[in-house]
Ligand binder design. Structure first.
Ligand code: SF4
Ligand code: SF4
Length: 497
């Protein structure tokens, strides 16, 4: 029997169902009368929880430190929205790098698909900020204010939402949310800008102030009130999982072949346990510890975030009753059903192949990327103008994007203008800004003006080369076509050759 197809048994109401008018639950967090069923998961501090705690604290440290870390003189992560630039691991993606940026995003998405195909929702249980902050920061601190797990449920029963301890908890959550939102803002504006804003009046930066207020409110609401609803209602990932995993994917699974038929440790009135019963003693410890309120014994469910808490809870029970641990464990659906392990499947072959192609394309594009983007454009308006003395004027625009981490000056030189019957004194070139300075990561455009006698144009065109060279020796040359009057000889009537 597939765990996906496992028969659904109604889960006994747990003490978390506290609303006076609440009847039987219809969804993990919804009572029959439409009220919310509050989830107060019982802590299970087993081996998996200890491993997740190490990962969670490491991720929190990285999150809080990342805005301050630099690589090649640049932030390791900066999503500079006002300047439409994205810096990742020392490389800055500019607005002209849409293709590169798409390759990064596509690689990330395929990477998540691959991890899901191999290890189910490992991301949700181990690394998602929602899980990390809720289970290892906000929930433990909340329990401390509530006086422990049991007391937090009693407070629910009394409807005592606004006791002094709880108000202190909400205020603490607000301060934590403020810290998280400031850290988030640093990822968008950088630490220097953030510090400047922090020491000045909000009136000097109303938009940023409004963002911090709004984001702090959202973080506070999420971790104080909304909690598991974010995973169940807002996040689409859980809904994708049925399309992303197969029966060979490793998931958090209940071994129904070993656990069923379930039966209490002792029968009614102390009668001995049914000798044909499975190992599950129907203690509901796995349900009480589940942060999304589901019963893992009902099979793979959209609500399961693979947090492993039910593994720890059940292992503790199995140890107590003298049975082997692992009734709930990391396993594939096929492994639970006793089917042979297949090393390869369509997903585990296709996803790595696609990922390899994407990352290969990204690496190639990055290695070939020049330290500047150089574009030549025609002047705005008429393609050329003719002076009173018959000479032809072309305006040429040079657009430069400086990818270096420091400001750079570019020198513009023209070639192939003189030759044939064109002498140096026939040619006038005006480049108002030469060298042309461009700040780090910025894009600037400058214009240059070229005046030639009309006889320089054959068939209405004259080719030249335009070279830009930066202070570090990088240079690039393009051929460019100047436009002029299209006379057969190139000579304007009345003009002397
Ligand atoms: S069923 Fe188990 S792994 Fe899934 S969310 Fe609940 S406690 Fe976590
Ligand atoms: S914790 Fe284990 S023994 Fe208890 S109900 Fe869950 S699966 Fe059964």
């Amino acid at each position: 029997m597939s765990s996906l197809d496992a028969p659904t048994r109604s889960t006994p109401a747990t003490p978390g169902s506290v609303h006076p008018g609440a009847g039987r639950r219809v969804l993990p967090t919804l009572n029959e009368d439409g009220t919310r069923r509050w989830i107060r998961p019982k802590p299970s501090h087993g081996a998996w929880w200890r491993r997740r705690r190490v990962v969670a604290y490491a991720l929190m440290a990285i999150f809080f430190a990342a805005p301050h870390l630099r690589l090649f003189g640049k932030p390791i992560f900066l999503m500079d929205l006002p300047r439409r630039q994205f810096t990742l691991m020392g490389y800055t993606f500019l607005p002209t790098d849409t293709l590169l940026f798409m390759l990064v995003l596509a690689s990330g998405v395929i990477g998540i698909f691959l991890v899901t195909a191999l290890a189910g929702r490992a991301w949700c249980g181990w690394a998602c900020p929602q899980t990390v902050y809720l289970e290892f920061l906000f929930r433990p601190i909340g329990r401390w204010f509530d006086g422990g797990y049991a007391q937090s449920r009693n407070l629910d029963k009394k409807g005592a939402w606004f006791t002094p301890r709880r108000i202190a908890k909400y205020v603490t959550f607000f301060l934590m949310s403020l810290f998280v939102s400031h850290t988030m803002l640093a990822f968008f504006v950088g630490t220097d800008q953030l510090y400047t804003w922090m020491v000045h009046s909000p009136a000097a930066h109303p938009a940023a102030f409004a963002f911090v207020v709004a984001f702090t409110g959202i973080v506070w609401f999420n971790f104080t009130y909304f909690r598991e609803q974010t995973c169940l209602i807002v996040c689409p990932y859980g809904r994708w999982q049925s399309a992303l995993i197969d029966r060979q994917s490793t998931i958090v699974a209940y071994d129904y072949t070993r656990g069923e038929p379930r039966a209490h440790a002792a029968g009614a009135k102390g009668a001995p346990r049914d000798p044909n019963a499975g190992d599950c003693i129907d203690c509901s410890a796995c349900v009480q510890t589940c942060p999304t309120g589901i019963d893992i014994r009902n099979g793979l469910q959209m609500e399961c975030v693979h947090c492993t808490q039910c593994i720890d809870a059940c292992d503790e029970i199995m140890t107590r009753v003298g049975k082997p641990t692992g009734l709930i464990r990391y396993a594939s659906q096929d492994a639970i059903a006793g089917a042979p392990r297949k090393l390869l499947s369509l997903r585990t072959v296709l996803y790595p192949l696609v990922l390899f192609v994407l990352l290969g394309g990204l690496a190639t594009a990055l290695l070939q990327k020049a330290p500047a983007d150089f574009t030549v454009l025609r002047g705005i308006g008429a393609p050329f103008t003719q002076e009173a003395d018959g000479r032809v004027a072309n305006q040429v625009r040079v657009k430069l994007t400086n990818r270096r981490s420091q400001g750079t000056a570019y020198t513009i030189t023209l070639d192939s203008l003189i030759g044939g019957d064109l002498r140096a004194e026939d040619v006038t070139v005006a480049i108002p800004e030469n060298p042309f300075a461009v700040p780090a990561g910025a894009t600037r455009t400058t214009s240059l003006f070229i005046l030639l006698p009309s006889r320089a144009f054959v068939g209405g065109e004259k080719w030249m080369t335009l070279t830009v060279t930066d202070t570090e020796g990088w240079h690039e040359t393009v051929r460019w076509r100047l436009l002029g009057p299209a006379t057969a000889t190139g000579a304007t009537p009345g003009e002397t050759k």
